[in-house]
Design a protein around this ligand. Structure first.
Ligand code: B12
Length: 241
């Protein structure tokens, strides 16, 4: 089996490392973390590995939906995926060292899913943004408070449940009420562009790569409108911090 396929298969089976048992007991040998290290050593790019991990998690979701997988299976895959991130992050960071702006990330209140958000954070950092990650289950007030305190340029909200996506609307309302000027991006499997528009967010991002693209577009239009000053402040604030 090719190494990327091996990563995907072991992820779906929830095998974080070689000691872990998969659902299929015959599956032995290196688990996700060892395979990811090996793939990087072989010269495979961190971005390609991220894509495979994302695809594997989609399969896990379908299996859960069809009843083939139970909650512990989903959790095991999630743990394997999270364990791969610290291995990939330095590589993604090495590709870019400049700072383009401050990005606040949070999974909204009621929602505990953070794999996608963490990937978005990793890619943003890799692209040169300073990321402040508030974690999961974050109330609107806390997001608004931090956005003001830290004077962030972008806010990225994540939700994976059809119930919690409605919380995004509340976050946008509170941000407006508190006059937070940062651009708001929303993302997560149940969210789309139409929903983003409906709740008054500035943009929807399908994945971390798109989040980077949107932020770059917004920054350059901002720069055109307001000159280079603010961009310089971003860079200085990050050098200090
Ligand atoms: C892993 C997982 C879990 C793990 C989460 C662990 C963790 N640390 O995150 C655990 C086991 C805890 C879990 C729990 C539950 N889960 Co769950 N889970 C999943 C699963 C399989 C994968 C999610 C994932 O990590 N995907 C991989 C990442 C890379 O993709 P992603 O999150 O979509 O993120 C990408 C994009 O969406 C985007 N993105 C995400 N956020 C943001 C933010 C911004 C700003 C931008 C620009 C982009 C962006 O970029 C990311 C990178 O490409 C999904 C299935 C699925 N297909 O989504 C179900 C799923 C989301 N879960 C589901 C359910 C039902 C639950 C539970 C209610 C189950 C239960 N009975 O308890 C609980 C709810 C807990 C809670 N309150 O949040 C349902 C939701 C159904 C619905 N429509 O609401 C799903 C869809 C499974 C299913 N098909 O039924 N889950």
């Amino acid at each position: 089996m090719e190494i990327l396929e091996e990563i995907e298969e072991n992820l779906i089976q929830g095998r974080r490392n070689q000691e872990d048992e998969g659902i299929d007991e015959d599956l032995t040998g290196p688990g996700v973390t060892e395979l990811v290290r090996k793939a990087l050593e072989d010269g495979i790019s961190a971005g390609v590995i991220l894509d495979i991990i994302t695809r594997g998690m989609e399969t896990v979701g379908s299996k859960f939906e069809s009843g083939e997988f139970m909650l512990p299976d989903m959790l095991a895959a999630a743990e394997a995926s999270s364990a791969a991130m610290p291995i990939l992050e330095p590589r993604l960071l090495a590709e870019n060292t400049t700072t383009k702006g401050r990005f606040l990330l949070a999974t909204v209140k009621g929602d505990l899913h953070d794999i996608g958000k963490n990937i978005v954070g990793t890619l943003l950092k890799g692209a040169g943004y300073e990321v402040i990650d508030l974690g999961i289950d974050v109330p609107a007030e806390e997001i608004a408070e931090t956005a003001k305190q830290e004077n962030v340029d972008f806010i990225g909200l994540s939700a994976l449940l059809t119930t919690t996506m409605n919380e995004m609307k509340e976050v946008v309302r509170v941000l407006r009420e508190r006059n937070v000027a940062a651009k708001i991006l929303v993302g997560g499997a149940p969210v789309d562009g139409e929903f983003a528009e409906l709740i008054g967010a500035h943009a929807y991002g399908r994945d971390g790569f798109e989040a980077v693209r949107i932020a770059e577009q917004m920054s350059s239009s901002f720069e055109n409108k307001h000159g280079k000053e603010r961009i310089t402040r971003w860079k200085l604030s990050t050098v200090k911090g």
